[in-house]
Design a protein around this ligand. Structure first.
Ligand code: GLV
Ligand code: MN
Ligand code: MN
Length: 401
C-alpha cells in the first residue's frame, strides 16, 4: 500500500502549490480546482468507479449502483490561502486507497459505497466555508450562493459558468442527499491531542460552533503628511484596538478569536485609509460562549470607532452550530478500531454540515506538530497508512453490516 499512497500523493503534490512559499492555493472553480477534479475523476475511473457531479459541484465516485443507504467517505481538495498538503486531500486519497484495499481483498459490499470530493470546503474564494455540502443539504440559499463574490468581484455563478458548471442547478439536492446512508470523513488532526496521547488514529466527538463576521470601519481618506492627528478619522485605529480586544475577550471567555484577513482601502502608504474591512473568525466549545464573545468584540469595536469618529458595522457572514457526532456510531467505530481516543475539534468540516442530516463520523490522523492551514502542516507516512487501514476497516464494517 505504501507505493500507492506515494503515487497518489506525489501526483497531487504539485497541483496548486506556490513554489516560493510551499503553501497551497487551491481555490474553488479555478484552473487548479479543475485539475484537481480531473485528477479525482481519472483516479476513480481507473479503479472502476463511476464518477458524477451532483447539482452543487460535489464530485462522487461510486463503487456499485448509486442508491439509497450508501456508505460515503471523502473530504475536499481545495485549500485555504497558503494551506498545507493534508487538510482535505488526506481524506480523499485515503478514501480512494481504502476502497482499493476493499476491492483488492475481494470484499463484497452489501451496500453501495461512494467517495466524495466536496466543492469549496474552505471558503477561501467566496468567503463561506463548506459551500458544496451546505448547498447539498439546503443550509445555504442558492440565490445567496450565486451572488457571492471573490476578491476580484467575480460571482460564484460566473466562476462556475466559466468552469463549465451550471449555477442555475445549485440548491438542496434531495436525490444526492437521500443516497447517503452514512458518511465518514477522514482528516488530518489540526491539533496535537493524538500526538500527546501517542495514538495514530482518533475518532471525533464534536466540532466547536464557529462563525465568520465582517467588521467594517468607515473613516475618512486623507493625506498622511498634512493631516493633523487631531483632525483624522482613521479607521485603522479602532480596527487595531479591536484586534487587541478580541484576543483579550477570547482569553477570558475560553474561546478563540482571529482576524486573519484585512482589506484596507485605498491601501496607500501615504494615504490615511478610508475603509477597513476585517473578518473575525471566532469559535468556542459552546454556542453561548461564541455569541457572547462576538458581542463583546463588537462592543469594543463600536466604542473604539466612536472614539475616533469612525463608523462601524458588523455583519454575520456564516454561522456553524455546535456538532455532537452521534454517540452510537462514534462508539461503534471506536470499537471497530479496537479502542482509539475520542476528541473534539475546533476546525469546521463538511462532516459537520452533513451530521445534521445523516449519520456521520470522523476519523483523525495524528499530526506531529498540530500545525494546520500552513505549509508546515504534516502527517507521517506511517500514520497516513494507518489512517487508510482504519478507514478500510470502518468501511468494510459498514458495507457488510
Ligand atoms: C476549516 O478548516 C475551518 O475550520 O475553518
Ligand atoms: Mn481547513
Ligand atoms: Mn479540511
Amino acid at each position: 500500500m505504501t507505493s500507492s499512497f506515494h503515487d497518489l500523493w506525489s501526483e497531487l503534490e504539485p497541483l496548486g502549490r506556490n513554489d516560493r512559499t510551499g503553501g497551497y492555493e487551491r481555490y474553488a472553480w479555478t484552473e487548479v480546482d479543475l485539475q484537481l477534479r480531473a485528477w479525482f475523476a481519472e483516479r476513480a475511473a481507473g479503479m472502476g468507479l463511476s464518477v458524477e457531479y451532483d447539482r452543487n459541484g460535489n464530485q462522487w465516485a461510486w463503487w456499485g449502483t448509486p442508491g439509497p443507504g450508501a456508505v460515503v467517505t471523502g473530504s475536499h481538495l481545495d485549500s485555504v490561502p497558503g494551506g498545507g498538503a493534508f487538510d482535505g486531500p488526506l481524506g480523499v486519497v485515503s478514501a480512494l486507497l481504502a476502497v482499493a484495499d476493499l476491492q483488492a481483498r475481494g470484499v463484497r459490499p452489501g451496500r453501495s459505497l461512494a467517495v466524495v470530493n466536496f466543492a469549496d470546503e474552505e471558503g477561501a474564494r467566496f468567503g463561506i466555508a463548506c459551500i458544496g455540502s451546505q448547498l447539498l443539504t439546503g443550509v445555504l440559499d442558492p440565490e445567496r450562493a450565486r451572488r457571492l463574490t471573490d476578491a476580484d468581484g467575480t460571482t460564484l455563478a460566473d466562476a462556475m459558468s466559466a468552469a463549465g458548471a451550471d449555477p442555475a442547478a445549485l440548491g438542496r439536492d434531495v436525490r444526492a442527499l437521500d443516497r447517503i446512508g452514512v458518511f465518514v470523513e477522514l482528516h488530518v488532526e489540526q491539533g496535537v491531542h493524538l500526538n500527546d496521547v501517542g495514538a495514530a488514529i482518533g475518532v471525533a466527538s464534536a466540532i466547536w460552533p464557529h462563525g465568520r463576521w465582517r467588521c467594517s470601519f468607515h473613516g475618512e481618506g486623507n493625506h498622511a503628511g498634512t493631516t493633523r492627528l487631531a483632525d483624522r478619522r482613521d479607521p485603522m485605529l479602532p480596527f487595531a484596538s479591536t484586534v487587541l480586544a478580541a484576543r483579550d475577550v477570547a482569553e477570558r471567555a475560553g474561546g478563540v478569536a482571529t482576524f486573519g484577513k484585512v482589506l484596507v482601502r485605498p491601501g496607500g502608504t501615504n494615504v490615511i485609509a478610508s475603509v477597513v474591512d476585517a473578518w473575525l473568525d471566532s469559535r468556542a466549545p459552546d454556542e453561548t460562549t461564541v455569541r457572547s464573545l462576538v458581542d463583546a468584540v463588537a462592543g469594543a469595536a463600536q466604542e473604539a470607532a466612536d472614539r475616533h469618529g469612525v463608523g462601524f458595522r458588523l455583519e454575520e457572514e456564516s454561522w456553524s452550530p455546535v456538532v455532537n457526532f452521534r454517540s452510537a456510531l462514534r462508539d461503534h467505530l471506536v470499537g471497530v478500531l479496537g479502542g482509539v481516543p475520542v476528541l473534539p475539534t475546533g476546525a469546521g468540516h463538511d462532516a459537520g454540515v452533513l451530521a445534521a442530516h445523516v449519520p456521520t463520523a470522523m476519523l483523525f490522523v495524528r499530526n506531529p506538530t498540530g500545525v494546520s492551514h500552513s505549509p508546515a502542516e504534516r502527517a507521517e507516512v506511517a500514520d497516513c497508512l494507518a489512517g487508510v487501514q482504519a478507514l478500510a476497516a470502518v468501511l468494510e464494517d459498514l458495507v457488510t453490516s
